[in-house]
Design a protein around this ligand. Structure first.
Ligand SMILES: [Zn+2]
Length: 214
């Protein structure tokens, strides 16, 4: 099952109605050229390198807690994008080092390494985009694992975390059709995501055994 095949383009009308409401919380990347927040709405945006929702990142978890517990945000969007320089640098094998950037991007480069061999018919830029999209899904799951979110779900509050992606070539936003709004749904989506990972590991394994003919 390809969990990225469900991507749908978000029309301007949909964006205005479904993705631009008061108190929405957005997580996006520092080099994303699109800013999702509308000035007339009270929305909250946290940006970092690679739109990472890490459990160990106190700055992000603080922003998340402010949005969810203080501002009662019900919608959280992880907003990835193509042509991501952070991802490109994290895969740079030229030996050039950026101490803080490289350290920060370790989870991203590790994740990219796991997924880098699929599919062969994509050029490097296309593979980067695929990994960027998968990373958005991964961050949706990470945020769902936050104690802040789990506490809100346990209290019966509605909090939905969704995956969006900005394509700078077409200037369009895509809904990746991947979201979680309960602990049960989080476990379900983790299983779907894990199956995708297992498929990749299997293909890598057979490639190693049989060469690139697989
Ligand atoms: Zn980026």
């Amino acid at each position: 099952m390809d969990i990225l095949k469900k991507s749908t383009k978000v029309s301007e009308e949909d964006f205005a109605v479904r993705y631009s409401r008061n108190n929405d919380f957005w997580l996006s990347c520092i080099d994303c050229s699109y800013s999702p927040a509308y000035s007339e709405l009270k929305q909250f945006t946290h940006k970092n390198a690679g739109n990472m929702g890490l459990l160990s990142d106190i700055s992000f978890q603080t922003a998340l807690q402010f949005a969810v517990e203080v501002q009662n945000s019900e919608n959280i969007f992880v907003f990835g994008h193509n042509e991501c320089q952070i991802l490109r640098l994290s895969l740079d094998e030229s030996g050039k080092r950026f101490d803080f950037l490289n350290n920060w991007a370790v989870p991203l480069s590790h994740f990219a390494f796991q997924n880098q061999s699929l599919p062969d018919d994509l050029n490097f830029s296309g593979q980067l985009e695929l990994i960027s999209r998968l990373n958005v899904l991964k961050q949706v799951l990470n945020i769902g694992d936050s104690a802040i979110i789990k506490k809100r779900w346990k209290q019966g509050a509605r909090v939905k975390i969704s995956a969006l992606f900005y394509d700078s070539h077409s200037g369009s936003i895509q809904d990746l059709g991947f979201s979680v709004e309960s602990s049960d749904q989080l476990n379900l989506q983790k299983n779907i995501f894990q199956r995708r990972q297992n498929e990749i590991y299997s293909i890598n394994y057979y490639r190693k055994q049989c060469g690139n003919s697989v």
